[in-house]
Write a protein that binds this ligand. Structure first.
Ligand SMILES: Nc1ncnc2c1ncn2[C@@H]1O[C@H](COP(=O)(O)OP(=O)(O)OP(=O)(O)O)[C@@H](O)[C@H]1O
Length: 253
């Protein structure tokens, strides 16, 4: 799969959130999408899955321009987790994934479901009869990511998929996503740069509504600080905000 963005621009009223985003990416790329809070990462993801329409610019898949409404055949090729996802919490994890499998018309998904849940939920045997409403935040997140992978999407869009995961679970999830990487074109956002450093092959850095960097992780790190964290700070020069007087907060009683 090849995805091309041509001068993609999105405004909400007078405010332009993304301006002229252009890139071409293909299967095997894992694109870490980075930027400050409010930079436009979720907005970009919503454009990629047709939840939002661009104000101008185009999205092309394998050379074909996707119009205002993506064909169902295209949507079937995508898996997306945006804003923590929405689970049907009256169901068990397995029932929920069976429901997702029916949407994608997967004939017999039991093996896929059990292996995914068994991999991501270490405690799966003890919670398999429990409803999702009784799951912790991290457990729900794991089920949400599993629901994106079930149909083996060719375009995988993951907005903060590691949110709420403990350090061991995050490692497991990264391992799983790493082993799937060659099968898909993945876009992933995270404010945890150590996670991005582990999984991403490419970086898309957005700041001030524009692309500040698009290219390989390796090229980005060359000539900058060794760690992504420092390299990102170096690129974006955090704006120095006027010093606030916080003595009311910090003065001893
Ligand atoms: N539906 C909307 N209507 C108006 N403004 C919006 C809408 N959705 C997003 N925005 C604005 O667009 C900007 C980008 O938001 P977005 O959620 O894409 O940022 P983000 O990079 O994902 O941030 P974070 O790191 O905090 O998740 C913000 O200023 C936000 O207020």
């Amino acid at each position: 799969m090849e995805l091309e963005l041509r001068q993609l621009t999105k405004s909400f009223g007078p405010k332009t959130v993304l301006r002229d985003v252009s890139l071409t990416a293909e299967t095997g790329y894992c694109v870490g999408v980075l930027g400050r809070n409010g930079a436009g990462k979720s907005t970009l993801f919503n454009l990629l899955i047709n939840v939002l329409l661009p104000t101008s610019g185009q999205i092309l898949l394998d050379g074909e321009t996707l119009g205002a409404t993506f064909p169902v055949a295209v949507k079937r090729r995508m898996g997306a987790l945006i804003n923590q996802g929405h689970l049907v919490e009256q169901l068990t994890a397995e029932e929920y994934l069976q429901f997702v499998a029916r949407i994608y018309e997967l004939p017999d998904a039991s093996h896929r479901i059990n292996s995914l849940l068994g991999h991501l939920l270490e405690e799966y045997d003890t919670v398999r009869r429990k409803r999702l409403s009784s799951f912790s935040t991290g457990m729900k997140q794991k089920v949400a990511v599993a629901s994106c992978l079930l149909h083996r999407p060719e375009l995988l869009i993951l907005d903060e998929p590691l949110n709420g995961l403990d350090v061991f679970s995050a490692e497991r999830m990264l391992e799983l996503l790493g082993s799937y990487r060659a099968q898909a074109l993945t876009f992933i956002s995270s404010h945890n740069l150590a996670h991005i450093e582990k999984i991403a092959t490419h970086l898309l850095i957005i700041d001030g509504s524009e692309v500040k960097y698009w290219g390989t992780m390796q090229e980005f790190l060359q000539g900058r600080e060794a760690y992504l964290n420092d390299a990102l700070l170096q690129l974006l020069h955090p704006a120095s905000t006027a010093a606030q007087n916080l003595t009311w907060l910090t003065t001893e009683r």
